[in-house]
Design a protein around this ligand. Sequence first.
Ligand code: 3HC
Length: 303
Amino acid sequence: KRPAGAPDRALARKVTKVGVVGAGLMASQLALLFLRRIEVPVVLTDVDQARVDKGVGWVHGELDKLAGKGRLSPDALNRLKGLVSGSLEKSAFADADLVIEAVFEELSVKQQVFAEVEAVVSAECVLATNTSALSITDMAADLQHPERVVGMHFFNPVAVLPLLEVVRAAETDDATLATAFAVGKALKKSCVLVADAPAFVVNRLLTRFLGEVTAAVDAGTPVEVAERALDPLGLPMTPFELLSLVGPPVALHVAERMHEAFPDRFAVGEGLRRMVELRKASVFSEPGVVDPDLAAVFQGGSG
Ligand code: 3HC
């Protein structure tokens, strides 16, 4: 059944090569998903060779782990490894049909990325963004072909969480939207069409949820009490585990966007800011690694 609001799937363009801008936490997970589910060449780019190598190395390592668990045959392992490559040049995307960006959450950075990509790809190549909270309409505004820009918002861990928010920006055309839905389906995600509103749907709710939990701690409730109080909800992770998984800088970024958009309804908690500051000082482990000490640090600074 076609998801609500999705255009006729006959309009979808074929995707035979994918470009991923960024080689960080989300970008590498996206590259792995495209490889595993649609088995097309995937090129990762980033700002320096070390990042590119790290991203490609991570993908190779995950493929090795899957093979080790017997989930990939030796043939498939070699084939998929051969399909992923890294480059410092956007020109590597020249023959891509879909380029998805997952770079730093700053509008001007993403606009610049799309402008550079547009200079090398065909007029039909779909430009997708995995932004957590930024306006996709703004991201597309200065492009020659804003109609090929669409939001494809995945959730961490990308391999496991089934949802994909497909975001239609002001000028997104039906062929682009149909391609995003077709790709989402091929990736075995449950796609929903959401409006290009601040933080879309999931992050809007998540920001409220995490914001209220961290506000309770800012107000003096011990972390373990705030976490235990949520036990009856049967959540798969505690709020602080979730913050650790998402990464405090991303959570702060989304909270700030929500505060800008709805200052009377969304505040940015001091505890969250403190977490990000502490992370800058390398207190925390890598983003995406659940850090058991995160809650303790949060509370420790709250006095
Ligand atoms: N990467 C890949 N696979 C993973 C994984 C990871 N990081 N973590 C767990 N898995 C896999 C396991 O290998 C296992 O697979 P299998 O059943 O095939 O062996 C499966 O997931 C279940 O894992 P576990 O049994 O170890 O653990 P859980 O049952 O506790 O589930 C979880 C782990 C799925 C991560 C669960 O805790 C969960 O759903 N947590 C909530 C995550 C969430 O809400 N994410 C959204 C964040 S918001 C976001 O990303 C948007 C951004 O814009 C901010």
